[in-house]
Ligand binder design. Structure first.
Ligand code: RNT
Ligand code: ZN
Length: 414
């Protein structure tokens, strides 16, 4: 018997409908970040990354131009199963003649239309957007929206407003909302003398930015963080600040699983937020000892995150985005490996007998719950995954195609 047919029977015996899981998986969108392709450099003038975040590695073949990045995305996306969105940062503006003339506080939709056309060409579900509050000369003393310098603060508020306008057009282009995630690098390396002042200024800046935006096509989110490189002592936008901000302003929280203390887990935060919010956004990454943004792998915490999305019936409430950047290996492979890991975790969660496990918990039968959870780990997950790939004309071997692309395209980039 075909391996999938046999797996389907074993799952059915465990009370799980494998067909239903396959059908559900291909409808869950994953927003794939454009910035894995060029080490978060962008097109608008920066030559290095700053703002407490860092890529490490110097693998050859980094996309150096918009055309190269688009070609790499096209190739990488062709090896990713499932429904995808493209997550674009404002620093990836197609400025054309405006280069050097128009700064981030004056970007408009025309600078990003190319991304929308491109995403449509690839048959994607939509585009998400991010104002870029880092790697720019207007970041003064490490501060943007929380700056005490009114010129600096205003510049970034304007950038935020432009970003919300651009996002509204992106949303309209696909007929569904565009997630706009706000992350700022603001903080201090050493012990501050005032912890409240910057937070009050950030609050004021966000209120100004969000005073009006297209409620139908834009979902604003705020992303907290615990610390950054060179910004170790104090982060303006920490978790408490943003969670309260989001709750009182009716915007969304974005949880990046690299942004918490090492033993805190995002999987446990998802259901807490679902108790209060209609939507929760994620930046899925893999922190190794710090917010290192390693390539996402099919690991335990990723499975826990996926379980919280699936078993709480929240596949339409939790907006999944990827956020990592590895420059030490082939960047396309990094992209595909991370996206497939997320898909695998979702499939894994969809293939668990979630209802009967919950019943065991509610009945207080923790002995059997443990036994059944361990048993479920032994079900033939890999055969269902292989079937999922096969139905989309993909295979487990994406390495060969990437190696070929490296030989024929990336190696020519010197
Ligand atoms: C930084 C945040 C942020 C960025 C991207 C590029 O720590 O995770 O989301 O990684 O905006
Ligand atoms: Zn992030």
């Amino acid at each position: 018997m075909d391996r999938y047919e046999s797996a389907k029977q074993l799952y059915a015996a465990a009370g799980v409908d494998a067909e239903k899981a396959l059908a559900a998986l291909k409808e869950i969108p994953i927003s794939v970040h454009c910035w894995q392709g060029d080490d978060v450099i962008g097109f608008d003038g920066a030559d290095s990354l700053s703002g407490g975040i860092q890529t490490t590695g110097n693998y050859p073949g980094r996309a150096r131009t918009p055309e190269e990045l688009l070609a790499d995305i096209r190739k990488a996306f062709s090896l990713m199963p499932g429904k995808k969105r493209l997550n674009v940062h404002a620093c990836y503006a197609f400025l054309g003649e405006d280069k050097g003339k128009v700064d981030r506080d004056r970007y408009s939709y025309k600078h990003f239309e190319r991304w929308v056309t491109f995403a449509k060409e690839l048959g994607l579900d939509g585009v998400d957007f991010n104002p870029t509050f880092f790697a720019h000369p207007m970041v003064k003393d490490g501060l943007t929206l929380s700056s005490p310098d009114e010129t600096v603060r205003r510049f970034w508020v304007e950038h935020g407003k432009r970003s919300l306008e651009i996002a509204a057009e992106m949303g309209k282009a696909f007929g569904k909302p565009c997630l706009v995630n706000i992350w700022i690098p603001d903080g201090f390396k050493d012990v501050p003398a005032d912890r409240l002042g910057p937070r009050l200024r950030l609050q004021k800046s966000l209120d100004e930015m969000l005073a009006s935006y297209d409620k139908k096509y834009v979902i604003p989110a705020v992303e907290s963080k615990v610390f950054g490189i060179g910004v170790e002592s104090y982060t303006v936008g920490n978790n408490e600040f943003y969670q309260n901000y989001a709750a009182t302003r009716g915007v969304c929280c974005l949880l990046d699983n690299g942004h918490y203390h090492p033993t805190e887990v995002v999987s446990d935060k998802i259901p807490s937020l679902l108790a209060f919010y209609d939507k929760v956004a994620l930046h899925v990454t893999r922190p190794v000892r710090w917010d290192s943004d390693h390539v996402v792998l099919f690991e335990d915490e990723l499975k826990e995150i996926a379980k919280e999305i699936v078993r709480n019936d929240a596949t339409e409430k939790v907006m999944i985005g990827l956020d990592y950047f590895d420059a030490s290996i082939n960047r396309l492979s990094a992209w595909v490996t991370g996206q497939r890991s997320m898909q695998k975790a979702l499939l894994y969660a969809l293939l668990l007998p979630n209802e009967s496990l919950k019943d065991l918990q509610d009945a207080g039968n923790f002995t059997r719950l443990m036994v059944e959870q361990e048993k479920a780990k032994m079900l033939p997950f890999t055969d269902v995954w292989a079937e999922y790939l096969k139905r989309q004309n993909l295979s487990e071997n994406y390495y060969d195609e990437i190696a070929l692309y490296e030989e024929s395209v990336l190696k020519a980039r010197q």
